[in-house]
Design a protein around this ligand. Sequence first.
Ligand code: FMN
Length: 199
Amino acid sequence: MEFGQVLRGRRMVRAYRPDPVPEDALERVVGVVRRAPSDGFAQGHRIVVVTGAAKRAELAAIAEPWYLENGHQPWISQAPVQLVLGVREASYHERYQEGDKLAEGDSEIPWPVPFWWFDAGALLVLLQLAAANEGLATGFYSPAPPEELAALAAVAALPDDVSLTGVVTLGYAADDPAVPRAALARRRKPLDELVTRLA
Ligand SMILES: Cc1cc2nc3c(=O)[nH]c(=O)nc-3n(C[C@H](O)[C@H](O)[C@H](O)COP(=O)(O)O)c2cc1C
């Protein structure tokens, strides 16, 4: 598939067909984690692949009520796969205490940008592009209430040192993806507001 087509296919959806995701396609999608960029090659990314109906329902029961109350379809329940994304911050501290990474005075850098969160976003986009390349669609949810995040992490059995960043829903998009695409297109900012050049 040509890159422009993959990029246009990256759009998030909030409605899925019930069709399952073929196992080989799922493996190719989650396999991109080994190619995801990470600061210092710390590789703090973690993914929990949830395909079982009972566990998917447990995740949906935590995050979906808000969407249902706000007029959305049960898109989290519909998705045949959920990918719980986590990041292990400790991997970055461990890496930056190694000899080649120690700053002056042999101390760890002050982390003006917490790169574990930065890298978590990079993984999201890589997963979305890999899914689009398979003709699959993605969505993403990350509830604001900390107790809901904690409940999702508990269902996914994330270890204590792994923080949950959000959950990717994966599947085949419904004919109507249930997203306000025309409204989003009207809000898309002009390129020169987002990109400036210094000659
Ligand atoms: C970091 C991040 C968090 C998001 N969180 C949510 C979320 O909690 N729930 C949701 O329905 N969509 C969420 N979205 C989806 C955005 O609303 C969506 O990406 C945006 O409308 C642009 O649409 P597009 O990705 O299809 O271009 C999130 C997107 C990103 C990048």
